[in-house]
Ligand binder design. Sequence first.
Ligand code: ZN
Length: 453
Amino acid sequence: MAAAERLLIVNAEVDGAAGLDVRCRRGLIAEVGPALAPAAGETTLDASGGALLPGLHDHHIHLAALAAADRSVRCGPPDVRNRDELALALASAPGEGWIRAIGYHESVAGMLERGTIDALQRHRPVRIQHRSGKMWFVNSKAVELLGLGDSDGRLFRRDRWLRERLPAMADWDAALQDTSRQLARYGVTGVTETTPSNQAQDVERYRRLDLCQRVVAMGDETLEAGTLKVMLDDAALPTFEQLLGRILAAHERARPVAVHCVTRTELVFALSAFRAAGTVPGDRIEHASIADDATLRLFRNTHLTVVTQPNFIAERGDQYLADVARAECENLYRCQGFLDADVPLGGGTDAPFGDADPWAAMRAAVARRSASGIVIGAGEALTPERALALFTTPPGNPGGAPRRIQAGAEADLCLLDRPWRQARLALTAAHVRATLLGGRTTYNRANRTGATT
Ligand SMILES: [Zn+2]
């Protein structure tokens, strides 16, 4: 990615106004207006009337896990649906040594344990992650290598422990860069890395690798700064005082707090703790997957932001319809309901647990359709404009006002190949023509490789 220090984008549609030019200098937008005269040494990019949008920011993603996922075996629906397909997937894992498999759901072959995996693969060490991200299942070979003794092969919330014992992925930097380039193809110029086990060295790696996105990292108390990420599990909730204590301690260190809530109990618990602690700007609820009207009322006057993943309606909707009572489905991954209750709302994909394409999330926010076409929570549908806004807000304020293309703003941009009035009908990454980070081209469809202008 070479620097495009001086770039003039001509004939773009900005905020619905056609025929505008945008000058980028030193990473910032220097000027926006009609018929700007090209300056000496300036590269010109003809937008041909396409919409120029603020670069997308994925407010909830697991970048490192996504990079690893891109090099893992998929072993859950829809790729793998039964025991035989699971056996085949494991048998066809490339390379030698550890097999890393992801996306498992018990509808494939029940809750796994070491013996069931041994029956499928006993020669190579195997670790299989449950779709929820909470649990790893390992076979006997892996149990032996990890020194787990007579463990049943189920590792609940032990990602950090596992990471310290596993060999590092050999080409880790290259994997992250590949993943980052893929995100640039979607028009993504920023991500919030929400993994609680992020370490200072991870944050340093994202900086060093010069990725196609600005990376904001959350972490738990082992990180010095940034938003504190708190995981909650219905089955193993901390005491109210413990959660309250963590929130208060973070606030004292000027760290906002983000609490993971996927069940109603977790959400009510987190909201109660925030109500007791008070909130600071940046405090947020991740997912808020199930929120009934009574729970929405608990948000009142808290100023808490919700970061939602409407893509799960499309990706997991049919599974939800099978697992969750129909009435509860209306409360899944709500969008308009939060806005009506004045709860600031931002969007993230939760990749690799969800699809990393934010346009797919936008489509789901608008259509609210499961893969088989069933509409879930029709009243929660957003307009295409509001869906886009989930991903164009500033990293520090996901539910705030969308960033604007104006002088002084960072030149983080997503150029579409057509005007918005057409693009809004499809909301697809296929319409992304170029992506710029600080005025540098990180993706240009014309030269496919994602190189320079
Ligand atoms: Zn997540």
